[in-house]
Design a protein around this ligand. Structure first.
Ligand SMILES: Cc1cc2nc3c(=O)[nH]c(=O)nc-3n(C[C@H](O)[C@H](O)[C@H](O)COP(=O)(O)O)c2cc1C
Length: 309
């Protein structure tokens, strides 16, 4: 049975660097969806261990799944320590970003966990399938954080030529209608980030949350300059941090050795959001957003069914 069949809606609250907190993961699970936590959000491996213990203690007795997100890029220096924590706290899903999922598959499968790979091209998707992942997350155009560049409809169609296992879509999923649309288009689940940055439970600063509510699609700019990997940013946060907008075309080197404890300007002062940001109108609890999205989802599915009669 698919993990998502136990959910109110097949949605993962995305793991987000410097935004996702243990409280958000727990709130997402108790709201009836799956919450994600990226390893680098904790300042040290010790504090990550404390967070994972807290999540595990809260959710394991209720049999609620959660997702742990790992950077598998060779420059990430906490990789081995995080693998040990994964084996101890056994998150139901481990998702991998910025590299090959092959590095974690044996460890996660050893306790019956599932490995999902974030991919931005059909080639990456093929390699992940060969490595033995359980699901693919297609990161598509307009996504918050490190974005993809392909339209979800075209990307799903290409991946379906060689993979009939579970497919998730990440990118601009802000309303229940968007979830329904992606399922009709052939996805099995979705991953939503931007819609949940402004939750009460997130680590985002008050300034970040306010800017989100004031921003729309036109305020989002895509650039490789900040982290070396193409990502979407709120233009006003770049201006505030003194990043010249005319420098956004420049490339920088990729280095993921940092974690939440480093004083890297990217993500701390320069704030990411995806093109779906226009839907965010206020700061509210995770549960309120999930309730609203579930109501929209049910209505959208009802509308789709009525087209047939
Ligand atoms: C602020 C922010 C930080 C993110 N950090 C991560 C991360 O650490 N690991 C990861 O796999 N994805 C990360 N993402 C990407 C999300 O997992 C997801 O693909 C994206 O949020 C989906 O697009 P949406 O924001 O339009 O919903 C981040 C996204 C945002 C907005």
């Amino acid at each position: 049975m698919s993990l998502f069949s136990q959910m109110r809606m097949p949605l993962v609250v995305a793991p987000m660097f410097l935004v996702s907190s243990p409280e958000l993961v727990i709130a997402a699970a108790r709201s009836g969806v799956i919450g994600g936590l990226p390893g680098p959000n904790a300042r040290s491996l010790d504090s990550l261990g404390d967070w994972m213990a807290k999540i595990h203690e809260a959710l394991a007795p209720e049999s609620l799944p959660w997702l742990f997100n790992m950077i598998v890029h060779p420059t990430y220096d906490r990789f081995d320590g995080e693998v040990e924590l994964v084996k101890r706290y056994r998150p139901a899903i481990v998702s991998t970003a910025l590299g090959s999922p092959a590095r974690v598959i044996d460890a996660v499968k050893s306790y019956g966990g599932l490995v999902y790979a974030d991919v931005i091209t059909p080639e990456m998707a093929r390699k992940s399938v060969v490595a033995g992942v359980d699901a693919l997350i297609l990161v598509t155009q307009g996504a918050g954080g490190h974005t993809g560049r392909y339209h979800p409809l075209a990307f799903i169609a290409e991946v379906r030529e060689f993979w009939d296992g579970p497919v998730g879509i990440a990118g601009c999923i802000s309303r229940g209608d968007d979830v329904a649309a992606m399922l009709v288009a052939g996805a099995d689940f979705v991953v939503a980030g931007t819609r949940f940055i402004g939750t009460d439970e997130s680590f985002a600063s008050p300034g970040y949350k306010t800017m989100l509510t004031e921003s729309s699609i036109n305020d989002i700019v895509e650039s490789k300059t900040i982290t070396g990997v193409t990502a979407n940013w709120m233009k006003r946060s770049l201006e505030q941090a003194g990043v010249p907008l005319d420098a956004l075309g420049q490339e920088t080197s990729v280095d993921f050795s940092g974690n939440a404890g480093s004083d890297d300007k990217a993500w701390k002062d320069v704030w990411s959001a995806g093109q779906g940001v226009g839907v965010v109108e206020r700061t509210e609890p995770c549960q309120a957003i999930v309730d609203q999205m579930v109501a929209e989802f049910d209505q959208a599915i009802g509308r789709a069914a009525s087209l047939q009669s």
